[in-house]
Ligand binder design. Structure first.
Ligand code: ADP
Length: 325
């Protein structure tokens, strides 16, 4: 209903009367008025004049289901969207919906998270109206040990999306953060429910700092596209581009569940490689040189005594010697 009224207002370049809309859609004028109120609450600026009717002044930079879906060209991912203006965590909501049987591809999007999650129980700052806070439900038929590889696929796709949409030099900090000018722009948190023999569902949670202009003091390594690029970006366009790229890669990953197909592109975009890094695990720090990525997504490192090890993501955090990357 709300969507129908919105589509009508978007089509029409000037005013249209409540009567005209109600006639076209086939509901009462009171129902139209209610829908208009809801759209205004979503952030649309709609002028209403008793004489002339309604006019859409500004379609804002918002990420409601109808805005995200308007130009989305995917087969499955994001074709169903659960949008909330405010939510504790999109990952929690996606998990709840997955447990209730929601299908692969359902996307939970929120305009603000009050309890956004990072890895290892850490907090993810998610203020209102400026970022992309979303979680995608996936149900691949793979063994649970492969699930973390999907996070690397998503990291690569988001890196490519952000480069394409902004022209900025985005890179991946292994395993799946996207950084620009040494600062964290995007974080990905994957959660999973699985049995020994297979995955029930994977929740791919993604946070992108799009249009924030300030960050709390305790996040010196965080930044946004707007701060790095000096302009505002469309959140829905970024979501659409990501879903289209990721759907393609995810479908080929399901055919051959390893990273051989994207390894070269991943390595080209990975800023962690070919330099010395700090590996942090349970407050213990070891210095090593990052020398490659394996086809199962591990970071190959060489320690100072020349021994080589494949580090799997999960418990380890990677930092540069002198900064975040
Ligand atoms: P890590 O890079 O240490 O593995 P995570 O991917 O788990 O971290 O992300 C959580 C961390 O990211 C938090 O501890 C915090 O330092 C930082 N953080 C929280 N919110 C944001 C944000 N909006 N943008 C960038 N970094 C953030």
């Amino acid at each position: 209903m709300k969507e129908k009224v919105l589509a009508f207002l978007k089509e029409k370049d000037g005013y249209c009367s409540g009567e005209e809309i109600s006639h076209k859609i086939g509901v009462t004028r009171a129902a139209i008025w209610k829908a208009i109120k809801k759209l205004q609450a979503d952030g649309y600026e709609i002028e209403s004049s008793t004489k002339k009717g309604y006019k859409l002044l500004l379609a804002p930079n918002i990420v409601t289901s109808s805005e995200v879906k308007e130009h989305l060209r995917t087969e499955c991912l994001g074709q169903m969207i659960h949008y909330e203006k405010e939510i504790d965590s999109t990952n929690n909501k996606a998990k709840e919906l997955a447990r209730e049987g929601a299908e692969e591809g359902l996307l939970v999007v929120a305009d603000k998270q009050t309890n956004g999650k990072g890895r290892l129980g850490r907090n993810w700052e998610s203020p209102e109206g400026t970022g992309i806070w979303m979680s995608l439900i996936l149900r691949p038929k793979i063994l649970p040990q492969y699930a973390s590889q999907i996070t690397l696929v998503a990291g690569l796709c988001m890196c490519e999306t952000l480069k394409a949409m902004t022209g900025l030099e985005a890179s991946i900090k292994w395993p799946n953060d996207v950084v620009i000018n040494g600062k964290k722009i995007c974080g990905i948190l994957t959660e999973m429910s699985a049995e020994m023999e297979g995955v029930n569902y994977i929740i791919l949670g993604i946070g992108v700092n799009v249009n924030m202009t300030v960050f709390p003091e305790e996040l010196p390594y965080a930044s946004s596209l707007a701060l790095e690029g000096g302009m505002e970006y469309s959140r829905k366009a970024i979501i659409d581009d990501f879903l289209e790229r990721f759907e393609k890669e995810y479908n080929s990953y399901k055919q051959t569940p390893n990273l051989a197909g994207i390894k070269e592109r991943y390595e080209q975009n990975c800023i962690t490689l070919h330099k010395k890094v700090k590996l942090i695990k349970n407050a213990e720090e070891i210095i090593a040189e990052a020398i490659g990525i394996t086809t199962d997504g591990a970071l190959k490192v060489r320690y100072e005594d020349d021994t080589i090890e494949d580090i799997v993501s999960g418990e380890v955090s990677v930092r540069g010697l002198y900064g975040y990357v």
